[in-house]
Design a protein around this ligand. Sequence first.
Ligand SMILES: Nc1ncnc2c1ncn2[C@@H]1O[C@H](COP(=O)(O)OP(=O)(O)OP(=O)(O)O)[C@@H](O)[C@H]1O
Length: 242
Amino acid sequence: MSAVLSTHGLVARYGDFQALYGVDTELHAGEAVALIGANGAGKSTFLRAIMGLLPVAREMVRLDGEPVGGTPTDRMVRKGIAIVPEGRRLFSGMSVEDNLRVAIDQAARMGAKGGWTLQRLHQLFPILAEKARTPVQSLSGGQQQMVAIGRALLCQPRVLLCDEISLGLAPKVIREIYAALPEIRAAGTAMIVVEQDVGLAKSASDRLYCMLEGRVTLTGNSAEVTREQIGEAYFGAGHAVV
Ligand SMILES: Nc1ncnc2c1ncn2[C@@H]1O[C@H](COP(=O)(O)OP(=O)(O)OP(=O)(O)O)[C@@H](O)[C@H]1O
């Protein structure tokens, strides 16, 4: 099966500091892949590099086989990739609906077509209909995360990149948000889910990659990789199992 999104020897730097060392990954159509690893392993950098937020060589990122590395972010969105960034980055001072309308307008300008509408989003996260006129800064963290996911979906992506969408949220809210992911996949969107909670990452994905200090240290079927394998890949050989 050919990959919808793949990276090939992906290298990324912040000035003199090298954050990624030749990362090879594949994401197939309709697949959910989890990316796990400790703080500073390079997970967010990996997503940023894909999204054109860091300079990378063209051949290092492929979309449907086409080299797209270093393509500016707005063009990556146009090509069908959307990101739910760490920290959500909503437009403060604007209502829930106005935040979502920004994405709708952007998708319309780009000519992006897909099945995500405000109505459908309200079915996925009913609270967004109730809070449509509420300024986003007045929402709870979980509700803000739902807006951030909704905003990404309204760009009609084929690939959704989620950066630590559970961060700082209560377990009940995390369950609610993760419960929406299968429906998003069923709509035909493949996803890469960056997640620090290993149990959550495993349950939400078909396959996983573990990163350590900018390198992939483990890849396998999420249902098959063991705690011991993950512990070693997460912290390096010789460390305690998580
Ligand atoms: N803007 C930046 N400038 C310099 N170094 C950075 C920058 N952003 C990240 N780094 C460094 O790059 C490495 C990878 O960071 P990254 O944020 O990708 O890790 P992460 O796995 O996403 O961790 P976290 O869970 O803490 O977000 C870290 O050593 C980090 O300090």
